[in-house]
Design a protein around this ligand. Structure first.
Ligand code: F0G
Length: 458
């Protein structure tokens, strides 16, 4: 008999979590104005709000914390991290930042100006925010299959080369760079193939444009390349990652995902002139260039995390857990983005609650129902997140209206996944009783989803 699959780690430290009653949750969510960001973490049983900064560090990472060097300038921890980044990505130059959006802020301060157009594959919301804040615009050139959760495509994160070339032809002068988000978070943690990366780089070279990788989940992307792109099946994750980064001129990194730390980020590049220009903004916004918003100990843990995050056994354990939850939901007939992505399950709220109009925020309605059912927190990735058009101020209704269940790394067991699956099944079984959705009562002018207040209709 074949031995069953099991995790490639054992557990040394644990943290208690608690169940609550429906009555308690009903009160808590009302007090939070039906916004799951406003709920206290001890009011949650299983927290799938994000896989960002929520992973469990290893004994080796905690060990590295003890040897952190907190010198203001020239800390050994800076150089440890420099070596790890160079080793894994091939980029010789880097600047630490406190997280991914800080990396975007510093880099875009140099590269993005009013009127610019930044094409890419479904820019993450902070990326888009930093572009639009500078009165520039982001154009999504992801392949159409990504926006149909029933369409099967192994690399739904891919850029449609035709769409990208149209932008370059029409507005080339205003394009400062092309951005590839690996994996494509907004489309469902969907990978980009190496074939597509090479093709994007070739097109970018033709138009003399640099390529930026938003690399938050680059290792999960590399794992999918190994499994799904036949030419790479015998390559190691690190060999694949090196080849991926050979298609980029620069990268931003939210280290809170694939580098399995609770806080941190960086920008890396090859061009010394870009490094010099970014250094100025890094010093202004983040800190001196050899710590830039991070403690020495955190840079040490990150250096170690980059190696652990690119280990095949770890990635297999991680992605198989996401798949486990996804497969259980599919068994129950629950509509999710297919194929199952790297860091999360994306539930298609339009297919789950087809009778709710988009103006009533079906994905937020579903996320609230899941919380009420079992104290499970997911997050809306739909019209609330898509926010209003900066010019017309009209609500934007994206093609995909989803609830994301993001799985923290090395944190929950498959028993937790079973609870989530059954909770969703229960909501699915009573979906026709959910007759109405939600209405906004208060919202911020930008990135409204974090603080928006809502009420239930009906
Ligand atoms: N890029 C991508 C693809 C992301 O998913 C995120 C964050 C960022 C950039 C920004 O990084 O949070 O370190 O400032 N994503 C989190 C999420 C918040 O829940 O998906 P950050």
């Amino acid at each position: 008999m074949d031995l069953p699959f099991a995790e490639s780690y054992k557990i040394k430290v644990v943290e208690s979590i608690h169940r609550s009653t429906l009555e308690e949750r009903t009160n808590w969510i009302r007090n939070a104005h039906f916004n799951l960001f406003q709920i206290k973490s001890d009011q949650i049983f299983i927290d799938l709000l994000t896989d960002s900064g929520t992973g469990a560090m290893s004994d080796k990472q905690w060990g590295a914390i003890m040897t952190g060097d907190e010198s203001y300038a020239g800390a050994s921890s800076y150089y440890n991290l420099k070596d790890a980044i160079h080793d894994i990505t091939g980029f010789p130059l880097y600047l630490p930042t406190h997280q991914g959006r800080a990396a975007e802020n510093v880099l875009f301060s140099v590269l993005v100006k009013e009127g610019d157009i930044v094409p890419g594959n479904s820019h993450f919301d902070t990326t888009k925010g930093h572009i639009e804040f500078r009165k520039a615009s982001a154009i999504d050139c992801t392949i159409d299959e990504a926006f149909d959760t029933t369409a099967y495509h192994l690399f739904k994160g891919n850029v449609a080369l035709g769409k990208l070339e149209d932008v370059l032809k029409k507005s080339g002068d205003n394009v400062p760079f092309i951005i590839l988000t690996l994996t494509n978070n907004s489309a469902g943690g969907q990978p980009v193939s190496l074939e597509n990366m090479h093709a994007v780089k070739k097109l970018a070279d033709t138009y003399n444009k640099p390529v930026l990788f938003d690399s938050a989940r680059f290792a999960e992307n590399a794992y999918f390349i190994k499994l799904r792109e036949p030419a790479y099946k015998d390559k190691s994750i690190r060999q694949i990652a090196k080849e991926m980064f050979s298609c980029a001129d620069m990268m931003t990194m939210s280290s809170k995902k694939d580098a399995i730390v609770n806080m941190g980020g960086f920008i890396a590049m090859r061009d010394p002139e870009l490094f010099r220009q970014c250094s100025m903004f890094n010093i202004m916004y983040e800190g001196y260039i050899t710590y830039g918003g991070m403690s020495g100990r955190d840079m040490n843990a990150l250096a170690q995390g980059l190696y652990e995050g690119t280990d095949f056994d770890y990635l297999e354990t991680r992605i198989k857990q996401v798949e486990y939850l996804g497969n259980r939901l599919v068994e129950f007939g629950i509509p999710i983005q297919a194929p199952i992505g790297g860091h999360a399950i994306f539930i298609d709220a339009k297919r789950f609650l087809p009778h709710l109009p988009k103006e009533e925020f079906p994905a937020q309605t579903l996320a609230i129902q899941l919380y009420l059912e079992a104290g499970v927190r997911g997050v809306e990735i739909g019209a609330l997140l898509a926010d209003r058009d900066p010019v017309t101020r009209e609500n934007r209704y994206p093609a995909l209206e989803m609830v994301r269940l993001a799985i923290p790394r090395r944190v929950y067991t498959n028993n937790h996944m079973d609870v989530v699956a059954v909770a969703l099944k229960n909501v699915f079984d009573r979906r026709n009783d959910i007759r109405s959705g939600m209405r906004i009562t208060r919202e911020a002018p930008i990135m409204r989803h974090f603080t928006v207040e809502l009420e239930q209709l009906g």
